[in-house]
Design a protein around this ligand. Sequence first.
Ligand SMILES: Nc1nc2c(c(=O)[nH]1)N=C([C@H](O)[C@H](O)COP(=O)(O)OP(=O)(O)OP(=O)(O)O)CN2
Length: 164
Amino acid sequence: MKTAFSIRVYKQYFNFASSHFMLFKDGTREPLHGHNYRVQVKGNAPELDDDMVFDFLNIKPIVRRICDSLDHKLLIPKNNPNLVIEDRENNYNIVCVDKSVFSIPKTDVLMLPIENTSAERIAAYIANELHAAVLAEYKFEFNELEIEVEETPGQAAVYTLFKE
Ligand SMILES: Nc1nc2c(c(=O)[nH]1)N=C([C@H](O)[C@H](O)COP(=O)(O)OP(=O)(O)OP(=O)(O)O)CN2
């Protein structure tokens, strides 16, 4: 019989309140708006170490740190081909296809290495950050690492990172 263990971690403080707008293929965009995002983590491993897949105590501060880095920021997908991002001294000027320009202090923006700020792409970003941090800090990789990002209650995207 095949068996598997996984951990699921979901804390009240795995959340971030951020603003964003989705960009569409034709270059148009949503109006700027915000969400109270919530994050859930699931990871599995082929065998237990010290009777655990991975210690809850070790993963929680990493997820919290990632959520905090996204909190109270305007999330900009810097890999989107329809955005022009002008780097000014203290500000970013973000120029959209519809000629709208957001001029925002750099301290209030997070430039994400993703194509769009859909919940899917944000989940992928968090999965990659978490994977890298767990590997660097604990030399550990989950067999599968699943991140769920909920934009609003009842609306969530899930991304799964598979160990190579
Ligand atoms: N698969 C996805 N679909 C959509 C995403 C996404 O990230 N992944 N995002 C959006 C928008 O960004 C938007 O914020 C959500 O829109 P909407 O569902 O209209 O938001 P509401 O919660 O206000 O909707 P209700 O009408 O109250 O249900 C769109 N799609």
